[in-house]
Design a protein around this ligand. Structure first.
Ligand code: FPP
Ligand code: MG
Length: 299
């Protein structure tokens, strides 16, 4: 198992997290030869080799920021990645964004058909909660982890955000309206990732609260940067559709503020996120590097 190196850049941190998380996901996911095999193949296809693993990286770095070990938070980090991956499988479906490319290859429903993609997503969601229910030796911590992920996923989180996202197509919702979408659709799970890292790393209530607030602010910055990349980059670089927000007339920050002001807003949100950490004496080089990467990344 690899070790983080001092002063490492975002690419180094993410590569190391990816190897740790991918090998644990490989253990947690049912094998491809286990019946029903097409279901398990679709679940594994969606999760492995996967994307940037940013949520797990934030979760593990948060555990370390409160003095814990990243291994304490590894199962929770994998569960968060399952929820994230499941949400992308469903987001790409024809009924939602109707995107055929994800993580540089055909979307799950293109590869396996819609029925299996829907069901593989459902099974990943269930496996995520099964994993969270056993993510610590201490039952109250498992319960808190399940509660946190459920709140981030439901009508006040991912589902609610996705509903607002779909309903806002073709409408003028303004910067505040877009912020409300992004806080639910994206920031809620990033906030939960940081909070769960703090919780499993043994942080105090104040520390886990600060990590949650940090993640929520950073999550907004992350989604603004995502909007900008959709507008300015290419499918080859992103490994997913580019220009699709504009063609579907989505409510995004660039559509309201333009690209330059959106980039500025994303940078301000990162500064605000890092100030939350400093105010709680939670300065962590890794969290700082990852936070800056959220708005500087190319994909
Ligand atoms: C991608 O946004 C989509 C999301 C961040 C969330 C999608 C949420 C759902 C489908 C609901 C999931 C259901 C549960 C129960 C958790 P995007 O379309 O802006 O980004 P993209 O360009 O990567 O597709
Ligand atoms: Mg989408």
């Amino acid at each position: 198992m690899g070790r983080y190196t001092r002063g490492v850049d975002a690419g180094g941190i993410l590569a190391e997290v990816k190897s740790l998380v991918d090998s644990r996901l490989d253990e947690l996911l049912p094998g491809e030869s286990v019946e029903p095999t097409p279901l398990h193949q679709a679940m594994r296809y969606a999760c492995l080799p996967g994307g940037k693993r940013l949520r797990p990286a934030l979760c593990l770095a948060s555990a370390e920021a409160v003095g814990g070990s990243r291994l304490d938070a590894l199962d929770a980090a994998c569960a968060l990645e399952m929820i994230h991956t499941f949400s992308l499988v469903h987001d790409d479906l024809p009924a939602l964004d109707d995107d055929t490319l994800r993580r540089g290859r055909p979307s799950c429903h293109v590869q396996f058909g819609e029925a299996l993609a829907i069901l593989a997503g459902d099974a990943l969601f269930a496996l995520a909660f099964r994993t969270l229910a056993a993510c610590s030796d201490e039952a109250p911590i498992c319960a808190e982890a399940v509660l946190t992920a459920a709140e981030a996923s439901g009508s006040a989180g991912l589902v609610g955000g996705e509903v607002l996202d779909v309903l806002s197509e073709g409408k003028e919702v303004g910067a505040e309206g877009v912020r409300m979408i992004h806080e639910r659709k994206t920031a809620a799970l990033i906030a939960a990732s940081c909070k769960l890292g703090g919780l499993l790393g043994g942080g105090s209530e104040g520390q886990t609260r600060a990590l949650f607030d940090f993640g929520r602010t950073l999550g907004l910055a992350f989604q603004i940067a995502d909007d900008v990349l959709n507008e300015t980059s290419t499918a080859d670089v992103l490994g997913k559709a580019a220009g699709s927000d504009r063609s579907r007339d989505k409510a995004t920050f660039p559509s309201v503020l333009g690209v330059q002001q959106s980039q500025e807003r994303a940078r301000q949100e990162v500064e605000a996120a890092l100030a939350i950490l400093s105010s709680r004496d939670l300065d962590s080089e890794k969290l700082k590097v990852l936070a800056n990467h959220c708005v500087k990344r190319a994909s």
